[in-house]
Design a binder for this molecule. Structure first.
Ligand code: 5AD
Length: 425
């Protein structure tokens, strides 16, 4: 579902209303909400009012989505910075330019965020899409050094949702709450076969109009082919880091970078909408590595999946420093400059590190969607890739996602279509 900034009705003329949104006014159709009055707050999509909402809730959404860049200080921006921003409008940035942007501080850093916010609004309007993630199993056969679900962590309280539970959780999220895009995620858990997944996906798609993304690790070409045929639309599959030496260090049990790239390659060939990216702030990772990460994303991603490193308990990295949230925001901004229309979700790890404000800051730095956790309560606490926090505001955003409108689904469909066609060309 998608969320948009609410607008206030300032005048009504028959079946049309003039609304004020941020500092602009606009005329829209109000036939779907005939009882609307002057002074009411409404949500609208495609020039049509969809729903009237209370002032309190409207302010809550405005608070999350409104643009706010207080520190504009144009006189403090170097010529070099200004040139790089200009270049980003004409061509891909070079590695050196990317590194410059990732090093920015103070006024230049704020200007980078604000530039990315402008690019996001110009290319994707001010819709924020809300997607859901269902973490259906925390078993994992891998031993990734950073991950709390690694097989060597004997503290994990294991669970597996049954196929019926996965289907019913997904169908409820789509048909009751209005989600249009759901990610089914687990550790790499061979218990679930391709046939089981195909059946799960078919059952969800038969009862709910929703896009299914899968995030289940390296399972090979045949597996992903079957799931695509069963109706899966996308994958969430990070390459984790572009630095192959660091990759090896982080994955001691034989996983290799080449195999990850192969997966990305065949996922694209199979027609998946691929969400990929890296962990930001792994021990020993350099700015060069992060610039390389961005170049790989540019090459492979239809959607971005990146987030800060959060040291997880009972892992070899538990005493390491967390990734810097500001570096994550800068990564979001640079990716936005290089890929103006790409989907960039704000991940939960950003809230863990940067508090509730992390979400808003991510959106203001160029991200355009939120990923909310839909794992049933009784399992949630046991899915600890890293320690997590949850916030009550989610229910407000869920409530006002434009779920009654077909628009959300169509919008996602159109955007995915555009993005995939662009790649095929
Ligand atoms: N910090 C940040 N991200 C992590 N992931 C796993 N463990 C951590 C951590 N400690 C990410 C990996 C994986 C995704 C599902 O979660 O990038 O691909």
């Amino acid at each position: 579902m998608c969320l948009t900034i609410p607008a206030k009705v300032v005048e009504i003329k028959g079946r049309e209303a003039i609304i004020q949104k941020e500092s602009a006014t606009k005329t829209i159709d109000i036939s779907l909400v005939p009882d609307v009055k002057i002074g009411d707050w409404i949500l609208f999509a495609n020039q049509t009012a969809v729903q009237v909402i209370s002032e309190t809730d409207a302010k809550e959404i405005v608070d999350l989505l409104e643009s706010y860049h207080p520190n504009a200080q144009p006189d403090k921006l170097s010529e070099k910075f200004k040139n790089i921003i200009e270049n980003s409008k004409k061509r891909d940035l070079t590695k050196e330019e990317i590194i410059y942007l990732l090093q920015t501080k103070d006024a230049e850093k704020e200007a980078l965020y604000s530039e990315a916010d402008v690019v996001r609004r110009a290319n994707l309007q001010d819709f924020i899409c809300i997607h859901g993630i269902i973490e259906f199993s925390n078993y994992c056969k891998n031993d990734c050094a950073y991950c709390g679900l690694r097989c060597q962590n004997s503290e994990v309280k294991h669970y597996r949702m049954t196929p019926e539970e996965i289907v019913s959780t997904a169908v409820k999220a789509a048909n009751v709450k209005g989600y249009k895009l759901l990610v089914l995620q687990s550790g790499e858990d061979p218990y679930y076969t391709a046939e089981m997944f195909a059946d799960i996906i078919q059952k969800i798609k038969a009862t709910a109009k929703v896009f299914i993304f899968i995030s289940v690790g390296e399972r090979g070409l045949d597996f992903y082919k079957k799931l695509k045929e069963a109706g899966a639309s996308g994958t969430l599959f990070r390459f984790e880091t572009a630095n192959t030496k660091l990759f090896q260090k982080m994955h001691p049990n034989g996983k290799n970078f080449e195999s990850r790239l192969e997966h990305l390659k065949f996922m694209k060939e199979l027609g998946y909408f691929v969400a990929t990216g890296s962990i930001i702030g792994l021990p020993e990772q350099t700015l060069e590595d992060l610039a390389d990460d961005i170049m790989i994303m540019k090459k492979w991603a239809n959607m971005i999946s990146m987030g800060p490193f959060v040291p997880s308990k009972n892992t070899p990295l538990e005493k390491e420093k967390s990734g810097d949230p500001e570096m994550n925001f800068k990564m979001i901004s640079v990716v936005r400059l290089l890929m103006p229309k790409i989907r960039i979700p704000v991940v939960t790890a950003l809230e863990t590190l940067a508090d509730e404000g992390g979400r808003k800051k991510g959106l203001l730095a160029g991200a355009n969607s939120l990923m909310l956790n839909l794992t049933p309560g009784k399992y949630r606490a046991n899915y600890k890739i890293y320690d997590n926090k949850f916030f009550d505001k989610e229910s407000i955003w869920e409530k006002y996602g434009l779920f009654k409108a077909e628009e959300s689904y169509q919008m996602i469909e159109e955007r995915m279509g555009e993005e995939l066609n662009k790649v095929i060309k």
